[in-house]
Design a protein around this ligand. Sequence first.
Ligand code: NAD
Ligand code: 3DD
Length: 511
Amino acid sequence: MPATAAKEETFMDTGLPLSAGLPHRVADLSADTVRFGRKELDLALVEMPGLDSLRQEYAGKKPLAGAKIMGSLHMTIQTGVLIETLVELGADVRWVSCNIFSTQDHAAAATVAGPDGTADAPKGIPVYAWKGETLPEYWWCTLQALIWPDGSGPNLILDDGGDATLIVHLGREYEESGTIPAVDTADSEEFRCILQLLHDVRAAKGDKFWHEMASSIRGVSEETTTGVHRLYERVREGSLLFPAINVNDSVTKSKFDNIYGCRHSLVDAIMRATDVLIAGKKALVCGFGDVGKGSVQSLAGQSARVSVSEIDPICALQACMLGIDVVRIDESVGDFDIFVTTTGNRSIISVEHMKRMKHNAIVCNIGHFDNEIDIADLEELVKKGEVEKIEIKPQVHEFKFKNTTHGPNGGGHSILILAEGRLVNLGCATGHPSFVMSASFTNQVMAQIELHKNAETYGKTVTVLPKQLDEKVARLHLDKFGAKLTELRPDQAEYIGVTVEGPYKAEQYRY
Ligand code: NAD
Ligand code: 3DD
């Protein structure tokens, strides 16, 4: 990594100046890392027929010419293929990861180098991401990707979880109100970083910086459930500044990525992190939505004995229909060997729950944010000396309780927390496989093209891509399986009230 600037000009304890002007910042831009990343990008493209098809469909047409896209989405090999597809379609792109542990450093390196560049002469795009960022570094990276070399901002955002959308909205809101809350009013380390960043930006760039940036942003496409939730909240509040396309609720995203992606990547992560035998173990999956369903399939696929907790009677009934016990964590926390939170909600697993867990219970989250497991409260017990935190290896920690008596020899018990409560499949493994991400990211590219063409026709709304495009994404992925789609005859189309070309389902149809 390049040398850091003088202390006094730097952002929090990053050692990095706010306006660093760095063309990129990744962990390792060595020739070998670039080679490894490029090889995996090439392999991934073969597994991403949707993106490959869009590159062919739009070859030479540059539908994204003039688009300045700031992306905040896990910097993985699959995301590298997405980025290079956007670039092939004409976009000017800058990128950060949306999680401090999810970057794959060889993917970041190869994306900086680009398909035609090298480690010494990179010709790719600016990426500010490395695995194991601190929270101040994470927000420093986000700012770098929002500012082009000429000082201008993006005209489109591609977001996963809504952090990029959040900082632009908060920055503008505080400029509007004239005051930024004091940093020590923050209720979390994350929000401390955000407030400090906003104070430092105001000091360095004045009190119109975010107004100007927000005014140039024409729209955002949002990848995930939690980010979409944040967008709809803004619509309800009347605070959404620009149109948004909800990519998550394309059927070919959430009913594939969220389910089958997690089915693949959850146990991958638990195995890489712990090497524990999953078969026969009792596992509790908190939440039985899309990610919960995939997570249950993942663990059941390893012959774990899986139960779920749920608040929603419909999802709970679905679990019952699959022979899965629906339990309350408060009443059964001592029964399980493995815990996985998948709710998109907060405080699912508390410190009180952790105190009652089996010795060496494995605790992880696969939801977007790290507040599903009360890590902050656990860290407070570490500070008080009631719990000892032992790093077994990066993103795998033993938390040893001093005051419980059901551990070895009647002493304190331990629990193993993965990825510090952050999404475990990207913190302890490499996330979903390329094919699944191809469907998600084909929707993303379509959403970006739609916003680039027609953002101003949307107003400040959140919309889902039309079913025709959803079905197109599915079609683009069938050949890989040798699937032979049946041709609908006109008389049949008329009988079920659809057209031969589709869409084949009513809007209210649930897949
Ligand atoms: P979803 O809304 O389909 O499912 C969440 C489920 O949790 C719902 O059924 C809800 O009833 C349940 N729930 C809420 N509060 C609960 C509580 N207190 N106890 C028990 N159950 C509760 O959402 P989803 O699409 O499954 O996404 C879940 C989370 O995973 C989101 O944060 C999303 O952004 C994230 N996600 C992560 C990945 C990944 O690769 N790690 C992929 C996709 C989505
Ligand atoms: N996500 C999971 N695996 C991923 C990968 N290999 N690359 C990029 C992102 C990846 C997260 C997505 O499932 C995202 O769509 C989400 O969180 O919903």
